[in-house]
Design a protein around this ligand. Structure first.
Ligand code: SAH
Length: 417
């Protein structure tokens, strides 16, 4: 039934899953708790996620809690075949994921996953949610609720909710502070730089580095580029975020102007056409362009291919396109997520918080989903606090508690005049 490249890779996968798991203490503690309390008995969970060691550890937690689980890839290029094999063989979730598979196979994998007839849906990019609402409406009756891990998926699901078509409650994991403050900022911040370096081995120090979009991912990328000694320019469409970048000490200007100055360009907008052919035509010879936003629509790759008079693959994930003006631009990972394609997905330390938050949200749905209206609901604050407290514990960091007097002060509307 399952679709994995080769089950005999499972031993290698198991080692990597264990190594990641050691750096996911909050999720480990949850796994032990779920193994004792079995909150998911009778539930069938369908997941569409990057098939990584970190996802494997979340599957382990959910299966330990009694869930029947099926998993497909949210992106065939981030699938680790050895990890997929071990999730199937050792963790016992049904896996439908093969690295680099084509579109048809990808869709078959989604179908295979939905054959579990889920009561809970865990999405990264809203592919399961939209497929269920378009083509598998007969499954809707059993579904108690879902979660969505990434910014772009949350946007899609909010659009579904606003259009009145979303038929079950969804927790936007991305909106939890324990997710975007760490996963988006430090995860994307680090692996974007990692991807650029692995693809080019260029020096960031002294370069001009343009970050297109100053959301949580953009903030992280800018912070890390600056830390490596680059001069960072931010381009934005949102006045508040632009102002934040200014007060963070960064230069802010329109992309059309930044285009002439940058040595590196990274798009992190969640929107299309953040870097157009027109911008690329203004760039310096050898400018490097990469995307770290969800879809490969942020850079006008098709237009670039159409206009280019020459194409050379310089290194893996590093292609030079020569433009009719005689200058060349270097596109990394074909404009797909550079961190996931040229480097690796986010490290276990941040995914610990993302997946602990998400697993607790799933537990909440199992108990309360039936009573919740269809729509997008914020993850309860107590879950964020519990995850943050457990993570601090794991780091060995202690904090203060409010005294009785401080507690009263904060809750008394009469004080302060
Ligand atoms: N599915 C899209 C992009 C989403 S990437 C694609 O690849 O085209 C962003 C999401 O991936 C984030 O919300 C993050 O939580 C998740 N992610 C990053 N690293 C991960 C990892 N190691 N394991 C599982 N998910 C990961």
């Amino acid at each position: 039934m399952s679709m994995v490249r080769d089950l005999s890779l499972a031993d290698e996968g198991a080692l990597k899953i264990e190594f990641a798991g050691r750096r996911m203490p909050v999720l480990q503690a949850l796994t032990e708790r779920f193994a004792e309390t079995k909150p998911f008995v009778g539930h069938r969970i369908a997941g569409c996620l990057h098939v990584t060691t970190e996802t494997a550890n979340m599957c382990k937690a959910l299966v330990a809690g009694g869930a029947e689980m099926a998993l497909c890839a949210s992106n065939p290029l981030s699938t680790k075949d050895d990890v997929a094999a071990s999730i199937q063989r050792d963790i016992g979730a049904e896996v439908f994921a093969i690295y680099g598979c084509d579109r048809d196979t990808f869709y078959k994998q989604v179908q295979g996953t939905l054959a579990v007839k889920p009561t809970i849906v865990i999405d990264d990019g809203a592919d399961l949610t939209s497929t269920i609402h378009n083509d598998y409406t007969e499954l809707l009756g059993d579904i108690v609720g879902g979660t969505e891990v990434t910014s772009t998926g949350v946007l899609r699901i909010r659009n579904m909710s606003n259009a009145g078509v979303l038929r079950y409650p969804v927790f936007p994991t991305n909106d939890a502070a324990t997710k975007h403050l760490f996963d988006n900022r430090y995860g994307t911040g680090q692996n974007t730089i990692d991807g650029i370096l692995r693809a080019t081995n260029m020096l960031l120090a002294g370069s001009t580095f343009v970050v297109v979009g100053y959301g949580w991912c953009g903030r992280g990328v800018a912070m890390r580029a600056r830390g490596m000694g680059a001069r960072v320019i931010v381009t934005e469409v949102d006045p508040v975020r632009a102002l934040e970048a200014v007060l963070d000490g960064l230069q802010v200007m329109p992309i059309a102007e930044a285009a002439e100055l940058g040595d590196f360009f990274v798009t992190v907008t969640g929107n299309r056409d953040a870097v157009t052919l027109e911008h690329m035509q203004r760039m310096k010879d050898g400018a490097v362009i990469a995307n770290s936003g969800h879809f490969d629509v942020e850079i006008a790759v098709e237009a670039l291919r159409g206009a280019a008079v020459g194409r050379r693959e310089l290194r893996p994930n590093c292609v030079e396109y020569r433009l009719p003006n005689g200058r060349a631009v270097v596109l990394l990972a074909e404009g797909r997520l550079v961190g996931q394609s040229a480097a690796e997905a986010h490290p276990a330390e941040v995914m610990d918080m993302t997946f602990a938050t998400q697993s607790m949200a799933v537990q909440y749905l199992v108990s309360n989903g039936k009573k919740m209206e269809p729509g997008v609901h914020p993850i309860p604050r107590e879950i964020e606090n519990e995850v943050a407290t457990a993570k601090l514990d794991a780091y060995g960091v202690r904090i203060d508690e409010l005294s009785e007097g401080q507690h009263q002060y904060l809750n008394d509307w009469r004080v302060g005049t």
